[in-house]
Design a protein around this ligand. Structure first.
Ligand SMILES: C[S@@+](CC[C@H](N)C(=O)[O-])C[C@H]1O[C@@H](n2cnc3c(N)ncnc32)[C@H](O)[C@@H]1O
Length: 159
């Protein structure tokens, strides 16, 4: 089955190169960005401004290959791609929970973005702590290395 999605907007960020950029929002302290939502979707933005964070789902449009085993940015051993957040996945969908600083018409002002400039936005949802923050979550093989996300930057391994 083929599935065709159409972008609802485009993400603008300071990051023009896949190398040397944050690898998650947690490593992108205050990195600013905007989501320009296409005017035909403007009605869907009503009531969004009360949320401090939004979940962005986007097409990792510069991914050129699929790897089922990857050496992720926060590791040195190969891992199954579905046990990582690596971009080179069969369906290159990115997910970032970012700050929503303000809504200005069809422009969302964002903080903590880990996304390449020009990335097509597929969907946008409010982050709701009571829905999205599970109790007693475990981080598998990332349990110890997850803290390094604050300082580690991307390199060219997935390009
Ligand atoms: C490890 S991924 C994580 C992305 C997202 N937070 C997630 O978990 O799905 C982040 C890296 O993907 C790469 N990237 C970001 N935007 C991209 C795009 N539009 N196309 C391809 N790669 C991208 C950058 O190298 C960035 O450092």
């Amino acid at each position: 089955m083929d599935i065709i999605y159409h972008p609802i907007g485009v993400l603008h960020t300071p990051f023009q190169d896949l190398r040397d950029m944050p690898i998650q929002p947690a490593g992108a302290a205050s990195a600013p960005g905007t989501a320009e939502i296409f005017p035909e979707y403007a009605d869907g933005l009503q009531d969004l401004d009360g949320f401090s964070h939004v979940i962005l789902l986007y097409h990792l449009h510069q991914v050129r290959r699929v790897d089922l085993r990857v050496v992720p940015f926060l590791g040195s051993e190969p891992r199954g791609v579905f046990a990582t957040r690596a971009p080179s996945r069969p369906n290159p969908i990115g997910l970032s929970i970012v700050q929503l600083l303000r809504v200005e018409g069809c422009t969302l002002h964002l903080g903590n973005v880990d996304i390449l400039d020009g990335t097509p936005l597929l969907d946008l949802k409010p982050y709701v702590p009571g829905f999205d923050r599970p109790a007693r979550a475990r981080a598998g093989w990332l349990q110890t290395s997850q803290r390094e996300v604050k300082t580690r930057r991307s390199d060219g391994r997935f390009t």
